[in-house]
Every structure is written in C-alpha cells, then in structure tokens.
Design a protein around this ligand. Structure first.
Ligand SMILES: Cc1cc2nc3c(=O)[nH]c(=O)nc-3n(C[C@H](O)[C@H](O)[C@H](O)COP(=O)(O)OP(=O)(O)OC[C@H]3O[C@@H](n4cnc5c(N)ncnc54)[C@H](O)[C@@H]3O)c2cc1C
Length: 446
C-alpha cells in the first residue's frame, strides 16, 4: 500500500498488533460478525513468538513453552487439535553454589531450590486467593511496593540458597531484580496453585507441536479479518465515539473501537490524543523489567540433556539443552541484560558456560535482540513494584474508544502466551459488550 490516506469507517474494530493478543481479539470479533482490520508493523504475525530457521533448524526465538495449567492457551490447542512436544528431560545438572561450580543430578538441583522457593511461595495463595483476579486482592495491593530482593533478604536462607534463589528469579524475570515486584513472583506461583515446581515446569517443559507458528497460523486461518503488514502505528486519536490511528508513513484508519496490543515498553513510540492518563504514561515510561536475552547456540558433541544455573549477574545465567543431532547439541541460554551479550558472541557464550561445564566448545549461535527491536523493546513483561496496583487498573480501563490488550496487561499469566490470549479474549468481549449493549437495551423494551 502506498503512503496515502486510506478509507475511513470501513471497519468496526481496528486491532494494532498481530501477536497472540491481537490475533485472538481479531478472531473473536470477526466470529461475531464485526469488520476487523489488523494493523501490524512487522512483515509477519506472531510478535514476540517467532519460529525461524536458524543454524539448520526451526528455532523458537521468543515465546515457546506452554502448559495445561495455562487455561487459555490450552483451550486454543484443544480447539485446533494441536499437541505438545516435550523438551528433553535433563539428565545432568550444573550450578554455581555462590562460590564454586557444582555438578549433580537435576533432582539434586531442584532439591537445593526447593526450600528457598517454598519459603517464598508460602503466602502466594493468601496474597492471590483468586490468581486470575489479582486486582481484587486487598493483600496484593498492600504488598505491591515490596521489592522481591528485599523479600529474599528477609528469608532465613543459607548463602547457597540465597545465591540460587536470586539466580532462579533472575531467570524468571529475564531482567535485573533491583525494582522487581514481590507480587509478580507470588502471582506466577499462585497461578500454579502455589506449587513453584509446577510453575517452573510451565516455564520450560512443553513446546507446541509444530511450534508457535502452528497455533498462530491456526488462529489466523480462523480469522476473517483483513491484515495490513508494515503498518507502524505512531499516533492514536481517541474519543468516546471512536478513534483514528495513523502510521509513520501517513496512512490512517478510523473505527468506533481500537484494540492496541503494542508491548508496554514500545508504547512510548505511539502518541495519544488526548494524552494517556498519568498511571499509564508513567508505566509506559518506566517499562517492564524483562530486558534480557535468549540465545541459541550449538556445542560440539551430542551431549546428554542438561540444565545449568549460574550466578544471577552472569551475562547468561541459565542453560538448557534442547536437541542433540549430527554431532552437535543445541542449547538455549538466558541472561538478564541484552545489552551485555550479543547473540553472535560465541566466545563470550563459551567462556560463561565453561564456568560450569569445562571444555565445552561453542560452534555457532543465533538469537534475536528483542530489547533492541522497536516493536517489542522487552522480552516477556515482568512487573516493577507498584505496577499491579497502580498501572494495571489504569491500563485495563482503556482510553476512550481504545482498549489495551497483550501479555503486559493480562490478569492471569502475564508474561506468557497464555496471558496474551486471555487479554485478547477480554478486549474482544469488552468491545462486543459495548457494541451489543444498546441492542440489548432496545430488545428489552420491545
Ligand atoms: C525471548 C522470549 C522468550 C519467551 N518465552 C516464553 C515461553 O516460553 N512461554 C510463554 O508463554 N511466553 C514466553 N514469552 C512471552 C510471550 O512470547 C509473550 O508474552 C507473548 O507472545 C506476547 O504476545 P502479545 O500479543 O501480548 O505481544 P506481541 O507478541 O509483542 O505482539 C504485539 C504486536 O504488536 C506489533 N507492534 C508493536 N508496535 C507496533 C506499532 N507501533 N504499530 C503496529 N504494530 C506494532 C508487534 O510487531 C507485535 O506483532 C517469551 C518472550 C520472549 C521475547
């Protein structure tokens, strides 16, 4: 499409972004007979999930693992008849005990992580008795300014337990913990019914058969919406009656309802008229804490499946091997700060892994820098202190005809594919109930 204004009022709803949140919202609205256009800045669907061919294999560069404790993604998999593909069960474990490298079984590492995580998890179901309604919890609001690090400092832990627990939660936050919300950690655990091991299983055990692309394509095929790619939305003008959106190259669309699924950290690129309320603007300016990295690399030899947990402040602090094939092993590494290690820095990756696994030889590597990516600027959204009680309600309230959706604003599994789907369902339902309300009122009087 060229850079000229396009039609107005052809659509009932504009959806900005075609990740899991945008696709789900578009499908629900189109199924209800609404005319929907999805405006996507990239040239592909999927957003922060991206199955791409790298180093000879289709690799998930972003979101990957799902679980049956995540009801929204699980329901989508059932709906489209898509199964699971398990990651290999690790046989060996390596870890940094705070002072030196250790080696043992995965159960031994889990055992070391168990007591500190149980202490952390103890209040999760008190703070979040209904984990999918976090904003209803008075207790959650009362502890939402508590920092996770401060809380860890108060737990009666040995030096090794403290080091391992901090590294484990650095992995989960994919970011620095300095401003991390205690409530965010508790919410994840509460969603797994208070069981941190189930929560961890949900994070890194079962992949979608055929990859995230299989589910994305299934939803897209089921969506009678129009898709426009290369539409980088830079401004949104909203009123109670409707909204218009405009791209960087001057194209514009109008509709009575707009759903914006742009990640919170990238929302500052979009100017809003009228200006966003302070609670939303502040959250957008501060962004999320998931500013880390996920790097794929190959090592020489077909290794038995392993996991490795280093120190929190290492550029990569967690490793998990995924495939052993043709004389090499494919490994994923996670770290808290994308700015300190590039996905193609093989010698740095090798040096870090050798702190735990001697003599390992890194052959190749690949990844995507989500933080440097204009349309993401974050990995998975992990909340700062106060986000849940101050910013989330304001984001969920929307802005005139604009509703916000996305994993960033999910009520349940925020930070996951599940949360993105949940938020897309909610935003579509909100739009439909607004559209349908006058008709229902009319029907009631006749
Ligand atoms: C490295 C990594 C690992 C992860 N691992 C997991 C995991 O194992 N399991 C799990 O459940 N989740 C995981 N996640 C999180 C999960 O991928 C996300 O929570 C989820 O995919 C977000 O979906 P979304 O629709 O909310 O946002 P997105 O997928 O980010 O979609 C937003 C869309 O908006 C578009 N956009 C942005 N700005 C504009 C603009 N100005 N105009 C138009 N379009 C715009 C983007 O291009 C994008 O397509 C991971 C994420 C990352 C990055």
């Amino acid at each position: 499409m060229n850079a000229e204004a396009v039609s107005t009022s052809e659509y009932d709803v504009i959806v900005v972004g075609s990740g899991f949140a945008g696709l789900t919202a578009a499908r629900e609205l189109a199924h209800s007979g609404r005319r929907v256009v999805v405006l996507e800045a990239r040239d592909r669907i999927g957003g922060r999930t991206w199955l791409d061919q790298r180093m000879g294999l289709p690799l998930e560069l972003g979101g990957t693992w799902v679980h049956w404790v995540q009801p929204h993604v699980w329901s989508e998999l059932r709906r489209y008849g898509i199964g699971l593909s398990p990651s290999p069960a690790p046989e060996n474990a390596y870890w940094w005990d705070g002072e030196r490298a250790a080696v043992g079984t995965p159960s031994a590492l889990l055992e070391l992580l168990d007591r500190p995580n149980e202490l952390l998890a103890a209040r999760s179901r008190n703070v979040f008795p209904h984990p999918f309604a976090p904003l209803d919890s008075e207790m959650a609001r009362s502890v939402d300014e508590v920092s996770l690090l401060d809380h860890l400092d108060r737990l009666p832990l040995s030096a090794t337990e403290r080091a391992l627990l901090e590294s484990f939660w650095t992995l989960n936050f994919n970011g620095r913990l300095d401003d991390a919300a205690y409530t965010q950690a508790l919410r994840w655990i509460a969603l797994a019914n208070g069981d941190w091991k189930v929560m961890f299983e949900a994070c890194a055990t079962y992949k979608i058969a055929g990859g995230t692309a299989a589910l994305l394509e299934a939803i897209r095929r089921d969506t009678a919406a129009e898709f426009v790619f290369g539409a980088d939305i830079r401004s949104v003008s909203a009123s109670p009656e409707g909204a218009s959106v405009e791209t960087s190259d001057g194209r514009s669309w109008d509709a009575p309802d707009v759903i914006v699924t742009v990640p919170l950290h990238a929302l500052h690129r979009v100017s809003f008229t009228p200006a966003l309320p302070p609670a939303v603007a502040d959250a957008t300016a501060a962004g999320q804490l998931g500013l880390g990295t996920k790097i794929w690399f190959t090592i020489a030899g077909e290794q038995r499946p392993f996991v490795a947990l280093g120190a929190a402040d290492w550029p990569l602090n967690f490793f998990q091997s995924e495939y052993a094939k043709d004389g090499t092993t494919f490994v994923i590494g996670f770290g808290r700060d994308a700015s300190v290690i590039a996905p193609d820095d093989r010698s740095a990756i090798q040096e870090i892994l050798r702190r735990l696994v001697p003599d390992v030889e890194v052959l190749d590597s690949a990844g995507h820098d989500w933080v440097a990516d204009d349309f993401a600027q974050e990995t998975w959204p992990m909340h700062r202190r106060g986000f849940l009680s101050r910013s989330l309600p304001a984001l969920r309230a929307g802005h005139g005809a604009v509703r916000f959706a996305g994993s960033d604003v999910a009520e349940g599994w925020g930070g996951f594919i599940d949360g993105a789907i949940e938020s897309g369902l909610t935003a579509a339902r909100d739009v439909l109930s607004r559209i349908d309300a006058p008709r229902e009122a009319l029907a009631a009087t006749t």
